[in-house]
Design a protein around this ligand. Structure first.
Ligand code: ATP
Length: 252
């Protein structure tokens, strides 16, 4: 098991105390693709941030590859809702930054960065600065930057939320390709039930106040291994509506 979230609780203290995540347990195996859906404020981001090591845990523990999560680590890469690119670096330089920190030789850095620039469809913008890009394009650079660092688990918080439908669909398929070929483990937050069903092995449905797991729907029954195959599209057509109904039933 790659990631174990064990009875994790997060309570924000301060003027207004909030029980954001209440006794949540979840296990994620190697190369699994798990989506989390649920109403706004149900603790999805808080949970992901605790896995990333960006948020302290009030109670319980998170174990990644046998080690307790304490603070951030490059093996757990996060794509944020509110991304921040370095404004003084170009697209290419933003993506190579993490590779420079790891002392990867320049030629290799450029090869890796260009693979992801191609994935996000911004080949013509590698020398542009963030202010020259739209919000959605900047978000794509932030996704490429995280993936280029080759984390073992990719933690994605509504990564495609701000994108137009066509770009969203393109990036979903690129992400699936990376997931399949590079054997990544992915934990993905989305507000789109369609997206969750299309991408994931399992959909975790959370409920709010306090943030708890309501149900986990296994999407993998009868599913062809490859999401980017004709067989998958056929499978999706046959089984999709009943899966969506099952997720929505819990969501309501
Ligand atoms: N830093 C903080 N201090 C106090 N309360 C917080 C903080 N961050 C989040 N919360 C509260 O914790 C709860 C869960 O928030 P969180 O952002 O995890 O929800 P979410 O499910 O990701 O929401 P959304 O779908 O809108 O992004 C909310 O009630 C929110 O107000």
């Amino acid at each position: 098991m790659t990631l174990q979230i064990k009875n994790v609780t997060k309570r924000y203290t301060g003027k207004n105390e909030v029980l954001a995540v209440d006794n949540v347990s979840l296990e994620i195996g190697e190369n699994e693709f798990i989506s989390i859906v649920g109403p706004s404020g149900c603790g999805k981001s808080t949970l992901l941030r605790m896995v990333a090591g960006l948020e302290s845990i009030t109670d319980g523990e998170i174990i990644f590859n046998g080690k307790k999560v304490e603070g951030t680590n490059a093996e757990r890469g996060m794509v944020f809702q509110q991304y921040t690119l370095m404004p003084w670096r170009t697209v290419l330089q933003n993506i190579t930054f993490g590779l420079e920190v790891k002392n990867i030789p320049k030629e290799e850095r450029l090869t890796i960065a260009r693979k992801y620039i191609q994935m996000i469809g911004l080949e013509d913008f590698e020398n542009s600065y963030p202010y020259e890009l739209s919000g959605g394009m900047q978000q794509r650079v932030a996704i490429a930057r995280t993936l280029a660092n080759d984390p073992q688990i990719v933690l994605m918080d509504e990564p495609f939320g701000a994108l137009d439908a066509q770009t969203r669909s393109m990036l979903q398929n690129h992400l699936l390709k990376i997931w399949e070929t590079d054997k990544k483990t992915i934990l993905f937050i989305t507000h789109s039930v369609d997206e969750a069903i299309y991408l994931s092995d399992k959909v975790v449905i959370m409920s709010a106040r306090p943030g708890k797991i309501k149900e986990i729907v296994d999407i993998n029954i009868e599913r062809p291994r490859s999401r980017i195959s004709a067989e998958f599209l056929d499978y999706k057509k046959r089984i999709y509506d009943s899966l969506k109904e099952e997720v929505l039933k819990s969501y309501r």
